[in-house]
Design a protein around this ligand. Sequence first.
Ligand SMILES: O=C(O)CCC(=O)C(=O)O
Length: 366
Amino acid sequence: MYGTSEIVDAAAPVDAERTAFRRTEKLYKLYKTQAPKSWKNQAHRKTDLSGVIDFHSVLESFKQCGATPAGIFKYECRSFNRPVFCFEERPGFYFIPGALTDDEQVHWIRESLISFPQPPNRTNHTEAYGPIFGLFDAAQNNKVLVEAKSTSSEVDRILGYDKTNLNSKRFSFSEYCMITNNDESYKSVAASLLLRKLRWSTLGLQFDWSKRNYAVSLPHKRIPDDLCLVAKKMAVPAMPNGEEFQPEAAIVNYFGPSDMLGGHLDDMEKDWSKPIVSISLGCKAIFLLGGKSREDMPIAMFLRSGDIVLMAGEARECFHGVPRIFTDSEHADNVDLLSQFSNEEDLCFREYIKTSRININIRQVN
Ligand SMILES: O=C(O)CCC(=O)C(=O)O
C-alpha cells in the first residue's frame, strides 16, 4: 500500500465511486465473462482501445512528418538526446518512448526478481513472514518457506536484529516439501505462491506503510549505483535549472495478469518539483493520467516495456493509475522481449514476464 492506492485484483468487486477517474478505470479494466467453470479459457470482454494514446505511433509519425497529434508536443531539451513528448494540458509530465534497450530491460527484470526483493529491502511479504532471502531462486527449485528455528549471526547482522526480541519473525527456505509436512504447528508456504503474490518491494529509504512516511531508522541499503545512474540520466528533462536528480528511494511494483493500480497521488516526498522516474518492464499496460481532481477526465496511454515516464511539478498533483495490463498475444507487445530470454537458464524469467509487468519508480525524498 502506498500513496493512496495499492495493486488490487481487478476481478474483485470494488465499490463504484462514480468520478471521471473511476469511470475511465472501469472502461479499461480487465473483465472476464461469466463463463462456466468447465471452460478452460475465459474470454475477455472486448475493450475499445481507440482512445488510448500510443506514443510509439506518435514517435513514428513524428519521425516521418514532424507532426504530433493535437495537445501533444515534442519537448526540446538540449542536454537530453532522446525524443520526449508532453501534454499541453498536463505540465510536468514527460513520456520517453523506448528509453531502455532490450539488454537494459532484461537486466532490470532480472534485478527486480532476484536482487530487489532481498532483505533488508522490504516487500509486501515482510509484514507476515519477516525477511525472506532468495525468493525467486526458491520458487524455481520448488522450495517451501518454513518457520526457522534459528538464524545465522550473518542474517542477524544484515537485518540489524535485536537478539533479545523474541517476537522477530525469522523465515528461511527449506528443502522440505509441503505435502510431507504433517505437523500443523509447523507453518509453511510454497515459494512459487509467494512469488506469484509478490506485489511490491522497496529500495533505498524504506517506506512505512502504516505511518505513511519514510522510516529512516529501518535498515536499508542505498539504491544500486547502476539504477541511480539510469534515473539521473532519464530525469534530466524534468529537473529544474539543470540540477542533478538524487535517487533516495524506489518502489518496485509487480503486476499479475488481472492486477490494477487504482487512481492515487504520490505525496509523501518533500519536494514535488523533483520528478518520479517511472520505468515499465514486461507486458504492455494502460496508464491513466488524471488531473488534480478525480473529476478531471484522465488521459489514457499505453506503457510498453522500456518506456519511461517522469512526473514532476504540477504533474505530481495529478491522480494516476494503471487499470490493466495485457497478457494476450494480440496486445501484450512482448515478443521481442521474450525472445531475449531464450537460453535454458533464462526460461524462468521468460515464464514470469510473459504474463507480468514490473514498474520501478525512483524518487528523491528530501
Ligand atoms: O505502474 C506504473 O506505471 C505506475 C506506478 C505508480 O503510479 C506508483 O508507483 O505510484
